[in-house]
Design a protein around this ligand. Structure first.
Ligand code: NAP
Length: 335
């Protein structure tokens, strides 16, 4: 069987397609024939900079895969032929995150799923919603669960509340779909009017082009009668954070998720304190939350938005497409 490997710090074009023996599952493990992966910005960052992350070589990239169980080890309840999706963390099944759970991320501390066959513990997979294709299910483990987490913790968004979404990448498009499902109003920013029109089609209430309106936080305040939004799904990081604080209401919530504008920067604590804003760092979510999300996705028949699919041999092109950031929603690699 074939697997893509990170074998150096030389980036996407240095990814290596290797032939490996088909693995056999041990106790508590399943073997999956992977049908599809989706990719996340984090997978791209990992491939571009494995050395800072102290990644061993070779490491198979990607956290998000869906496929079919082809073999089970002793003590496993799943059966051959069951359709399942990978969990981002092998060891975060429920409750609060821990250091041990954090050290079990696929395509990072653990081998990832960009391979024709993978071995995962049974606790590290979850049944695939029946109405989704494997390609659609492969979009769920990271981006969808992170968006769901940001909208349901520390308390769920209420119908009629207003949520600010930044950009139109994988996390934000899922957040829009979930907000529509939950009856929440959204204000969405993007660099592209065409992408904003697509967010409107998914139910966005208000849109702001952050290129033509660089003071988008002021525009958000105007759209909310000066009050600010109830919640922000913050994927921008240092380049957007202070504006998100300005755009959120007194007592509002910011789910701190992403670093699209860079890893380091400065924040202004005074405004956070004065407005009593809850800032919550979010790292994907546990399997139990994934199950809650899948129940909602199934109940509402929600279909993930896939921008483009790439063939397995063409995996490098998927990461280049992500780097170009012209996509809307998710990029998928069919295996
Ligand atoms: N903490 C976690 O658990 C977790 C989980 C998933 C993702 N993340 C992080 O969250 C971020 C988003 O992930 P993703 O998978 O959604 O990425 P993505 O699909 O690559 O998102 C790309 C989009 O982000 C938007 N963007 C870029 N710079 C922006 C800015 N200054 N203001 C507003 N939007 C901007 C652009 O939207 P437009 O083209 O519309 O302008 C771009 O198309 C990444 O930093 C990722 O590492 C974290």
């Amino acid at each position: 069987m074939r697997a893509w490997e990170i074998i150096s710090g030389d980036g996407v074009d240095a990814l290596n397609l290797a032939e490996r023996p088909t693995p056999a599952p041990g106790p508590g493990e399943v073997r999956l024939k992977i049908s599809a992966n989706s990719i996340n910005y984090r997978d791209l960052s990992t491939i571009e900079d494995p050395i800072t992350r102290k990644l061993p070589f070779p490491t198979v990239p990607n956290s998000d895969g869906a496929g079919v169980v082809t073999a089970v080890g002793p003590g496993v309840s799943l059966k051959e032929g069951d359709r399942v999706t990978s969990c981002f963390f092998e060891n975060w099944t429920a409750g609060e995150i821990s250091a041990a759970a954090m050290a079990s991320a696929l395509g990072g501390a653990r081998q990832g799923v960009l391979a024709e066959e993978v071995i995962l513990p049974e606790r590290g997979v979850i049944p695939t919603p029946a109405h989704l294709t494997d390609a659609e299910a492969a979009t769920l483990p990271c981006a969808a669960l992170t968006a769901w987490h940001a909208l349901t913790q520390p308390r769920p968004v209420l119908a009629g509340e207003t949520v600010l979404l930044l950009g139109t990448g994988g996390v934000s498009v899922f957040a829009q779909q979930f907000c529509a499902m939950m009856g929440a109003r959204t204000i969405v920013t993007s660099s592209s009017d065409e992408k904003l029109a697509r967010m409107k089609a998914l139910g966005a209430d208000e849109t702001i082009n952050y290129r033509t309106t660089p003071d988008w936080d002021t525009a958000v305040l105007e759209l909310t009668g000066g009050t600010g939004v109830d919640r922000v799904v913050e994927v921008g990081g240092p380049g957007t954070f202070d504006r998100s604080v300005n755009a959120v209401r007194v007592g509002g919530i910011i789910g701190l998720i992403g670093i699209l504008t860079g890893a380091a920067g400065q924040a202004s604590p005074t405004a956070i304190m004065r407005k009593s804003v809850t800032i919550r760092g979010i790292y994907v979510g546990p399997r139990s939350m994934f199950a809650d999300m899948n129940r909602a996705i199934t109940t509402h028949g929600l279909k993930p938005v896939i921008d483009q699919s790439f063939g397995f041999e063409d995996a490098r092109a998927a990461y280049h497409t992500m780097r170009a950031a012209n996509h809307f929603g998710k990029l998928v690699i069919e295996v």
